[in-house]
Design a protein around this ligand. Structure first.
Ligand SMILES: [Zn+2]
Ligand SMILES: [Zn+2]
Length: 143
């Protein structure tokens, strides 16, 4: 597959899944607003100092494995996080005020896409001091 530094075909399909393989998915097209997040939820749920997110339109995300994520509501009626109940892998997030489905980039089989490079870091105030922060290259209002 050929792709240049900043173009990802709208038809490009990528696969991903959880660690145990019960949950698999594909995403189609270019990722929207790839970013890291150091909010308390990402730290607690992700098990690390930050999580790495990218957005895809819900219609471009297809669950293809033997099961779908279990959803945990982090803010009831507003935000929920999807994970595999068998192996615990984090996979996705749905926020009521964001049209895209958030995909945990590390759940993808190939994380090298140029459209996955974070353009910002959310919740900088809660970031650990010993990791460099992601520059805001998109001047996004988020974070
Ligand atoms: Zn699993
Ligand atoms: Zn977060």
């Amino acid at each position: 597959m050929n792709r240049t530094a900043d173009t990802v075909a709208a038809t490009q399909e990528r696969s991903g899944g959880c660690l145990c393989g019960r949950i698999r998915f594909t995403v189609k097209g270019k990722a929207a607003y790839p970013h890291t997040c150091s909010c308390p939820h990402c730290q607690k749920l992700g098990g690390g100092p930050m999580m790495w997110w990218a957005g895809f339109a819900p219609k471009d995300v297809t669950w293809t494995g033997e099961s779908e994520p279990t959803w945990f509501e982090t803010f009831e009626g507003e935000a929920k996080r999807g994970f595999c109940p068998h192996c615990g892998s984090r996979l996705a997030a749905i926020d009521s005020d964001v049209p895209d489905l958030g995909i945990v980039v590390t759940a993808l089989d190939d994380t090298s896409g140029p459209d996955l490079v974070p353009v910002n870091q959310s919740f900088r105030d809660n970031a650990v001091h010993w990791l460099p922060q992601v520059p805001d290259t998109q001047n996004s209002p988020v974070g």
